[in-house]
Ligand binder design. Sequence first.
Ligand code: PAF
Length: 299
Amino acid sequence: MAQTVGFVPTMGALHDGHLSLVKKSLAENDLTVVSIFVNPAQFAPHEDLTSYPRTLPKDIEILENTRSPGAGSCETRYPAAVFAPTANEMYPSGIVLEIAEQKGAFVEVKGFSHQMEGQTRPTFFRGVATVVTKLFNVIQPTNAYFGQKDIQQALILKRLVTDLLMSHPTPQNLHIVPTGRDLTDGLALSSRNLYLSPAGRKVAPTLRQALLAAEIAWNGGATKHETLVRAITVMDAAIRRAHREGLTAGIKLDYIEMNDTKTFEVLDAQARKTEGSTVILSGAFYVDKTAAHRQYSAG
Ligand code: PAF
């Protein structure tokens, strides 16, 4: 019987959030491939491509020590391969960050890339869709795994494999895995957390607290407007508390919004939860210079 291949695409600087995706892939597939590639095409010229953490030897060591029993078998599985290409290999026509000067083939998921995170990062999802298409072509995975922290990315990639009629993976085999969090304060694990100052690290879980409060309000019957007011009230209170305690981290709200899971359209201010429906409640804010994205769907 053909062996199944699970795939976990990453940009390296691996943390336990990545490892939960790898372990799921190990449990569910005969072979697991992890890619490590800091993709230039998803960075705008003013963003952090040059300073993005690159820790390849350590990442490989971590993966060599990551194992999981296969589901329904007593065999212990390790990642079978790490794919760590160069930028020239991934972009044979070359890659520059200025979109107007780029040459070669790029992939856009139109109509889904300008909302939420896409408002302040209008070219980000084009870069992600392009590199993930290339990675899927190289690896040809049976299953692929993405974190729910980046819910817009994961849903756009589902749309991508649906619209391009991809078979490796099929849309059903593109899996969205719950966000890995710091066990003490619930901060979503992210490679960019390495940028946070000690004060920034302390205030970073604030958005999560705000979104959780909003989720409770929404599930309790609040309108979208009331839900977002709840989130912003919790955030403001936490930021004021942090300032009183002398934490000087720079904080700037990017957005908090509620969107339709299928169309990404912004919900009407008076919309309320309906039985069995799911919406995206997501937000991002900048702490120090780091965008803290804590995105997830609310039931
Ligand atoms: O989520 C990430 O780390 C990246 O956007 C991905 C999916 C590896 C593409 O570069």
